[in-house]
Design a protein. Structure first.
Lengths: 511, 292
């Protein structure tokens, strides 16, 4: 219980009125930055650094913590309302979140995201406080073979979202994997599928691809059908979460946290894989069959996973002094500015600062909930803007986001190209989800496979050299072999609803 | 001021530190806007700098990594063709091994490496053409090992590289030292050698230089400032004067100390010559590896 007392001590020194003010500024700024496309939390903290050097380290870090969690949460707002994810971690949120918003349940989607982020962030921070050193030791033992096995698992699970036509699903998946190949080969330095264009050498930004396919493709599709279909008015729903919504959300929150935290703690984990593992799991477990039409579980799970992985990032940062994300790198360089050397001794030499930081994460998280929950119904009203203006706004936001990251007009061209691809996919009934998963997974999988093989000198047995990898392959085998068996059980139970159908395809068959 | 890389990286820290000093002392008589231009290891920013011909109000940070990446990404933009203003700092690279590594000295490593080049897996925090990649290749060559046989794994920066070392996934890491001070102090990583012509300070003071250990190689990562091509000589001199005053300020000396950078202030034609030399060295190493 020594840690608990230290955490209380941290809370004590963090909870001064001045620090609460800094936390509130951080949270507001973070939410703002998260909503604005193109600026991430890392950039925002880097911009703040010159200002915060004049503050005490404690106050500065409290502000950073608020900004970080605020930014993570703010990204979900645009995903849900406008279908334009601001970062790769909120791509999954857009899938069900935007469907909910268009069914008049935007406020609920935002609320479940806010509460889910709070739950996941709080559990995650407490786990960091109590288990950091132990977790960090385990995390560095995992090498490329384990990561590769995790990617294979994710890829196998994507086959469950291929849609009604396996052929179209696989076509979309392989298209995604091909898009993921674009860029410089990391081992040999050979450019692949770049057609001599320098901007393509760096691999495509997943956000540009996702926003192009989701938001632009959707806008073009709607524009193409605007005259033929009666105007669909978005109903105004209830402002708050109903009892049923709570009942449907709490399990995905916890499961999302369970996915997100360990990945965040891994040196090469990231937030992408856990968010979509969480999405796929919720989809698989859902008995209602409203996935694809706005299932609240599909927002609750990935959002919790996103924030839990954001908390997990502090494990390697505090226990080992390792920055695993850009945000952590900026925070560590801020520490150096105060003359503190980040490293394994951080938790012992500067314990007071570490515990205050952890406490301020908890405070920032709570403030985030307090400030954002009342705002959810207000945000949701945005969707009552008439359709032509709303979609014009979405196009504007999407282009601004693509341009703002690099100030390069080329990215807008790229965005438009993916918008057209998204339109064509809708026209020909190709599901977009497998494509996005392919774009995310392909490059990650390739990097890890090649890292493993370079180290082993081309010996494929190395892929089975880590215990975790073997466990995962066994799980995959069970999953594949078990499927016909489960299908037979289901048939016996005479389930009639088919949850795997996409709304796009239904619309297509209607028109 | 353009930064050819992401926030939080080395170029960003150097650029923002410089701008911080310039702004505080109001040395330029105006505000300086810092913009990060990402892409292709800095070569996107580099080629855009080339197209800003004659723009006297623009500076960009540059370093060895950007020079390397223009080659590996096939961008035809040599730094000496822009307007070199000043070199600001140097950073040593280090040869790092985990605490329980069988390699106790750089000699142990070189002996094992020479005998079985394939048995030693090395890693670094930069992609082919970057400093962490060029350093082991030049070291191998200096030690009589064919660079093409070096097994090099690219990690996404110092964090993932450290965790690969701590987890014994790779045998040796090559990287700038500043990021590893904490790990070395805690005794989790050991520095076999440093790449500069003098030993480091603080926790790195015990590690010998390569030349002390009988390997004829000095390798320094550096960062400096470029302006676009085609600016007038007067403007160039003005920019050099501004940076000289920045360099002489107390704040800049403090920034050097805080970040563990070595002062290496070179301006004008000397910096020009230095860039030409560095450019040739990078090109010859990459040719050796058939990467060009």
């Amino acid at each position: 219980m020594e840690n608990f007392q230290l955490l209380l001590g941290g809370l004590e020194s963090a909870l001064t009125p001045m620090n609460l003010l800094y936390a509130a500024i951080g949270v507001l700024l973070g939410t703002f930055v998260g909503v604005l496309p193109g600026i991430g939390p890392a950039m925002a903290i880097a911009l703040l650094l010159p200002v915060t050097y004049r503050l005490e380290p404690t106050s500065a870090f409290i502000m950073f913590a608020g900004l970080y969690y605020g930014g993570m949460y703010g990204g979900s707002t645009t995903s849900i309302l406008l279908n334009t994810p601001g970062e790769s971690a909120s791509v999954m949120t857009a899938l069900e979140g935007n469907r909910m918003a268009r069914a008049g349940r935007g406020a609920q989607a935002l609320a479940t995201a806010a509460v889910g982020s709070f739950v996941a962030g709080t559990i995650g921070t407490i786990l960091v406080a109590f288990f950091s050193p132990a977790l960090a030791d385990v995390a560095v033992e995992l090498g490329a073979p384990s990561y590769f096995a995790l990617m294979v698992l994710a890829l196998v699970m994507t086959t469950t979202v291929l849609g009604t036509s396996a052929l179209r699903g696989f076509a979309a998946l392989f298209l995604g994997l091909t898009i993921g190949l674009v860029g410089l080969d990391l081992n040999t330095g050979q450019p692949r599928l770049t057609f001599g264009v320098t901007q393509l050498v760096d691999r495509l930004d997943i956000v540009v691809v996702a926003v192009g396919i989701f938001a632009l493709g959707e806008a073009l599709w709607v524009a193409a059908h605007l005259r033929r279909k009666p105007a669909h008015v978005i109903p105004v729903g209830r402002p708050w979460l109903s009892r049923d919504d709570w009942g449907r959300s709490w399990k995905p929150w916890l499961r999302g946290t369970a996915f997100g935290f360990p990945f965040g703690a891994l040196p090469a984990g990231g937030a992408e894989i856990p968010t979509f593992l969480s999405y796929l799991t919720e989809r698989k477990l859902s008995k209602r069959g409203d996935f694809g039409r706005g299932a609240i579980e599909g927002v609750a799970g990935p959002e919790a996973a996103n924030n839990a992985s954001a908390a997990g990032m502090f494990v390697p940062m505090l226990a080992l002094g390792l920055p695993v994300t850009a945000t952590a790198a900026v925070m560590l360089s801020a520490l150096q500015g105060y003359g503190i050397t980040p490293g394994p001794q951080l938790m012992t030499d500067h314990a007071d600062l570490v515990w205050t930081l952890l406490a301020s994460l908890l405070i920032g998280n709570t403030l985030l909930l307090v400030l954002n929950l009342p705002l959810a119904p207000l945000w949701a009203r945005l969707l009552r803007i008439p359709r032509p203006q709303l979609y014009a706004g979405i196009l504007f936001f999407a282009c601004l986001g693509a341009y703002a990251t690099n100030l390069d007009p080329f990215d807008i061209g790229l965005l438009l190209a993916f918008g057209l691809l998204g339109l064509m996919m809708r026209r020909f009934g190709l599901p977009v989800l497998p494509l996005i998963l392919g774009v995310i997974l392909g490059p990650l999988m390739e990097t890890k496979l090649r890292e493993a093989l370079t180290i082993s000198g081309g010996d494929y047995m190395t892929l089975l050299s880590e215990p975790l990898a073997v466990v995962i392959y066994v799980l995959i085998a069970l999953f594949i072999l078990g499927r016909p068996f489960i299908a037979r059980l289901r048939a016996r139970a005479e389930q009639s609803a088919d949850p795997d159908e996409f709304e796009d395809e239904k619309e297509l068959s209607k028109s | 001021m353009w930064i050819p890389n992401s926030p939080g990286g080395g170029y960003d820290q150097t650029g923002r530190a410089a701008v911080g000093v310039l702004d505080r002392d109001n040395l330029t008589g105006g505000d300086i806007q810092v913009t990060n231009i990402l892409g292709a290891g800095g070569s996107v920013a580099m080629s855009r700098l080339m197209s800003e011909e004659g723009n006297g109000n623009l500076l960009m940070t540059i370093g060895l990594g950007v020079v390397g990446s223009t080659y590996s990404f096939g961008v035809d933009a040599r730094p000496q063709d822009a307007t070199p203003i000043a070199q600001l700092i140097e950073e040593q690279e280090g040869v790092l091994v985990p605490a329980d590594s069988p390699f106790k000295t750089i000699d142990d490593l070189v002996k094992a490496w020479r005998a079985y080049p394939e048995s030693v897996v090395v890693g670094g925090g930069s992609s082919p053409g970057g400093p962490d990649h060029l350093f082991p290749m030049q070291l191998a060559e200096a030690a009589g090992i064919e660079p093409k046989k070096v097994k090099y794994v690219t990690y996404d920066g110092g964090g993932p590289l450290t965790s690969a070392l701590l987890g014994n996934k790779i045998d040796v890491g090559f990287s700038g030292l500043a990021e590893f001070e904490g790990q070395v102090e805690a005794g989790e990583l050991r520095v076999l050698a440093v790449s500069g012509d003098e030993r480091g300070t603080g926790v790195f003071a015990d590690a010998p230089t390569l030349t002390e250990s009988g390997i004829d190689l000095v390798f320094l990562n550096w960062r400096g400032v470029l302006a676009p091509p085609g600016i007038s000589d007067e403007r160039r001199q003005e920019l050099i004067d501004v940076l000289t005053r920045m360099h002489d300020s107390k704040q800049w000396q403090q920034a050097l100390k805080d970040n563990g950078w070595t002062d290496a202030f070179v301006t004008g034609d000397d910096f020009d010559d230095f860039l030409v030399e560095q450019d040739q060295r990078v090109a010859s190493t990459l040719k050796e590896l058939d990467l060009l």
